[in-house]
Design a protein around this ligand. Structure first.
Ligand code: NAD
Length: 499
């Protein structure tokens, strides 16, 4: 029997009671190492009730005191960094260095919440009329929930719950069922840091748990990150139930390479951004758009040997550039796309299928794949593959490169590599994407800015983390006050201006 993970409800480890579990694999070995309980509606309700009980006291706790818990939580994460990183790599498959880097990006959001008072302070307008003062304040929503994807099992939860909790909300996290151990550990560490019981709860589960969250009348706000297909459903069902919902979806990030770009730099950037974490990043570059046939040839000439020489291995191999895909189903899906691309007429310069690593024959490894002469009507161009597959779509002119980039339904990240400032500036202004890189392939903004795409990469009014998240996790209130000395006699029946 393998270990079965508990839920984390009301500050205690709580065994699953639905009778339904799913296996958690080590993607490098294909071995089942643990099981996760799949919560039913009753278990989700128990977590929501714990969060609802905790809300009155937590929301009344001064923001500075909430921030102190965040400081201690940060210390705890630093003390347990190796352990969390190992949990991420073991269940996700990414290299330890990459897992550490993504944990650091999550930590940056936590660090932002250590100064949450700055963002929760209100505004006061004295004398909006004679003897009348008006103040603007922001108050928490209540119980919020987060539903997160497999590809950043620690970072994306850290983009959500510290922000929500620092703003005075209580939280129920439903992490990905494929790699839920790291987020569970984070909840335990936050408890050790002094967070009162019930403020943060973790329920494992799949669609049944998600539906229970979306239908639960006591949940006020839902943050979702995952595929576009699911994001749309979450947004629709959650808002139909009267909730505030921010849902972030999939991507097909383009990188335009101009003839004046340094081709070695561009090729290196594409290698890291296309194949890092086996392409399982929402900010992975999956489409390169070289401008001009010569640029295309020069890029392919540099990319092909680099892709062939990618070092692929388990997370325990410190030399590895990338690890396996998350599951056998993911590997089958991505290899299926490679076959589709070939059938569609794309030129497979490097075909990463059929890779087997000695000693890891049951791992979900795949080599990097490089397609040239991909066209915009192909499925491998239109759909998010979410694997180590880079498509090169050749453009004749800068305008055509921009049109191709803008023509895609997703709009998360786009980049341009060029040495010309005017070209870069025009691209940055005209491209229809939420996050733009100029000679930066994966432009993930720091915690004191915000993260969010455009078009079908987002179904939300507010981006995730930073000041945008404070707006999402709080309601705005104005208080207009006067005191007896400022109140005239008699009833007032007419609207009055301030003058
Ligand atoms: P996914 O959509 O399959 O799952 C995300 C979450 O939704 C999980 O917690 C899962 O349990 C739940 N879920 C899955 N199917 C569901 C259904 N039918 N009904 C209700 N809930 C369901 O995504 P994934 O495979 O875990 O993650 C990869 C996807 O996430 C990619 O599309 C990637 O681009 C996207 N992603 C986007 C961002 C972003 O910021 N835009 C960041 C990371 C990942």
């Amino acid at each position: 029997m393998t270990e079965e993970l508990p839920h984390w409800i009301g500050g205690t480890r709580t065994a699953g009671g639905s009778g339904r579990t799913l296996p958690i694999e080590n993607p490098a070995t294909g071995e089942i190492e643990r099981h996760a309980p799949m919560a039913n509606a009753g278990e989700v309700d128990a977590a929501v009730q714990a969060a609802a009980r905790a809300f009155p006291a937590w929301s009344a706790t001064p923001p500075a005191k909430r921030a102190q818990v965040m400081f201690k939580f940060r210390e705890k994460i630093h003390q347990h960094m190796d352990e969390i990183t190992e949990l991420v790599s073991r269940e996700h498959g990414k290299t330890l260095a990459d897992a550490r880097g993504s944990l650091m990006r999550g930590l940056e959001v936590l660090e932002f919440t250590c100064g949450i008072q700055q963002f929760l302070k209100g505004e006061l307008s004295p004398d909006v009329a004679t003897g009348i003062d008006l103040s603007d304040i922001r108050q928490p929503l209540g119980v919020c929930a987060g539903i997160t994807p497999f590809n950043f099992p620690e970072m994306i939860p850290l983009w959500m719950f510290p922000m929500a909790i620092a703003c005075g909300n209580t939280f129920v996290l439903k992490p990905s069922e494929q790699d839920p151990s790291a987020p569970l550990r984070l909840a335990e560490l936050m408890h050790e840091a002094g967070l009162p019981e019930g403020v943060l709860n973790v329920v494992h589960g799949d669609r049944e748990a998600v539906d229970s969250i979306l239908d639960h009348p006591q949940i006020e706000g839902v943050s979702f990150v995952g595929s576009t297909k699911v994001a749309e459903v979450i947004r629709r069902r959650g808002t139909a139930n009267g909730k505030r919902v921010q849902a972030f979806g999939g991507a097909k990030n383009h990188m335009v390479v101009m003839p004046d770009a340094d081709m070695d730099q561009a090729a290196d950037a594409l290698l890291g951004a296309g194949y890092g974490a086996a392409g399982e990043r929402c900010m992975a570059v999956s489409v390169a758009v070289p401008v001009g046939q010569e640029t295309g040839d020069a890029l392919i000439e540099r990319l092909a040997p680099r892709v062939r020489n990618l070092k692929i291995g388990p997370y325990t191999d410190t030399e590895a550039d990338m690890g396996p895909l998350i599951s056998s189903a993911a590997k089958e899906r991505v290899e299926g796309y490679v076959e589709t691309g070939i059938q569609e007429g794309a030129e497979a310069v490097v075909d990463g299928r059929g890779l087997t690593l000695q000693g890891y024959e049951n791992g979900h490894f795949m080599g990097g794949t490089l397609f040239d002469r991909v066209t915009t009507d192909m499925r491998i161009y239109k759909e998010e593959i979410f694997g180590p597959v880079l498509s090169v779509v050749r453009a004749d002119t800068p305008q055509q490169a921009l049109d191709i980039t803008n023509g895609h339904e997703y709009g998360n990240g786009a980049a341009i590599f060029t040495s010309d400032g005017d070209t870069a500036r025009a691209f940055a202004n005209q491209v229809q994407y939420g996050m733009v890189g100029v000679n930066v392939p994966i432009p993930v903004p720091p915690a004191y800015h915000s993260f969010g795409g455009w078009k079908r990469s987002i179904f939300a009014e507010h981006d995730i983390y930073g000041a945008e998240a404070v707006r999402f996790y709080t309601k705005h209130k104005t208080i207009t006050a006067r005191w007896p000395s400022g109140i005239g006699s008699g009833a007032g029946f007419n609207f009055k201006g301030s003058s």
